[in-house]
Design a protein around this ligand. Structure first.
Ligand code: ATP
Ligand code: FE
Length: 352
């Protein structure tokens, strides 16, 4: 099977072609991502209207590039898969309209994919994981533990009740005068820091379950920074490094502690997989790897380009769904909200 995938739910416009021959491993024939970072940079965050317009302008070009890079034409495809939610509705609509156009023009089957399912099924594309496995999705917009039991069978074990950890990294960078995206900057600064200098909270660690909270951490960091400024009129590079290290250690402890809980809650799982930009953090990754090893589980971290938003994961999730008979009609709707526990794309009128 050969499937074209389209992704446009946040600030990356992407198209990719994934193929799996009978009995063979999946192959990513092409994966094109056009980011919008520069467009949104002046506004300090993703502006939905700008994102929607850029997706509408770029998605066709991405499709052309992905097909050209794969050396294929539309006639070589078996299906077209598209992110149908959750995400910024204008962007999701741009992708869904493009996919419907291709389906209508070619007669190819249309397969709606949940963006989170795309992330959650990526370890099967990259590492051939069998169900069930555990997934930690930690990015700028999401944070949740999932038990992945089938192509359309997910149990959410818990997640953040406020900010996502990537968002917390970004806000920390902003508070400390570091550039965006903040994650890599905070990680770099933390390398020269002493994590023990500030005692930041580990929210919800004493509560059962896998829910997490990161907004209090940001407040604690702000208070520590302001105390330093009040004391000596500013913060030194060493202060900044120490603040970053202490913040990163707190996020690490929360994610690792809750990962151990998730493993205990999903006894059949054979692996712990991660996705999302925060999974790029070496300190966090090492802690999660240790938690998995302690429980005798395999640890899987796909290459970063497949951990962050991309269309190969959508093509792959679409291929997996299509193989099981899943497909959608022209009544496929774009959904801004779409919890993973409800995997079927909604029909018109049933959208939430
Ligand atoms: P979505 O949540 O919809 O997937 P996103 O664009 O926010 O979208 P990603 O691209 O997966 O998500 O991840 C980006 C986030 O990851 C940013 O918040 C960024 O700061 C964070 N991040 C990237 N690298 C690191 C790092 N080394 N350490 C910590 N956080 C990081
Ligand atoms: Fe994503």
């Amino acid at each position: 099977l050969t499937v074209l995938g389209l992704e446009s739910s946040c600030d990356d416009t992407a198209a990719a072609v994934v193929r799996q021959r009978a009995g063979g491993p999946p192959e990513i024939l092409s994966s094109v991502v056009r980011g919008q970072t520069a467009l949104h940079a002046p506004f300090g965050g993703v502006v939905p209207e700008i994102a929607a317009r850029a997706h509408a302008e770029k998605i066709d070009l991405c499709v052309d590039d992905a097909l050209a890079a794969a050396g294929l034409g539309l006639g070589d495809l078996d299906a077209v898969a598209v992110t149908a939610g959750p995400g910024l509705i204008g962007g999701v609509l741009a992708g869904v309209m493009c996919a419907k156009g291709i389906a209508a023009a070619t007669g190819l089957p249309l397969v709606g994919v949940n963006h989170l399912a795309g992330h959650a099924l990526t370890p099967r594309l990259t590492d051939g994981l069998d169900f069930p496995y555990l997934m930690l999705l930690a990015s700028g917009g999401h944070c949740q533990f999932l038990s992945v039991e089938g192509v359309e069978d997910f149990t959410r074990l818990g997640g953040t009740i406020d900010d996502a950890p990537g968002e917390a990294f970004d806000k920390t960078a902003k508070l400390l005068g570091l550039p965006q995206p903040g994650g890599p900057e905070v990680e770099r600064a933390a390398m020269a820091g002493d994590p023990a200098r500030f005692a930041f909270p580990r929210p919800l660690m004493d509560r059962p379950g896998c829910d997490m909270s990161f907004s209090g951490l940001k407040t604690a960091l702000l208070r520590a920074r302001d105390a330093l400024i009040a004391e000596k009129g500013g913060i030194t590079l060493q202060d900044r490094a120490d603040l970053c290290a202490a913040f990163q250690a707190a996020v690490r402890d929360v994610l690792a502690g809750k990962a151990a809980r998730a493993i205990a809650a999903a006894p059949g799982a054979t692996a712990l997989a991660v996705a999302g930009g925060v999974a790029a953090n070496r300190t966090i990754r090492a802690a999660l790897e240790q938690v998995a090893a302690d429980a005798g589980l395999r640890f899987v971290a796909p290459p970063l380009a497949l951990c962050t938003d991309n269309a190969a994961m959508i093509a792959w999730a679409g291929l997996e769904r299509f193989r099981l008979g899943g497909r959608d009609g022209m009544d496929l709707v774009a959904r801004p909200r779409w919890p993973l526990d409800e995997t079927q794309p909604a029909l018109i009128g049933a959208g939430k």
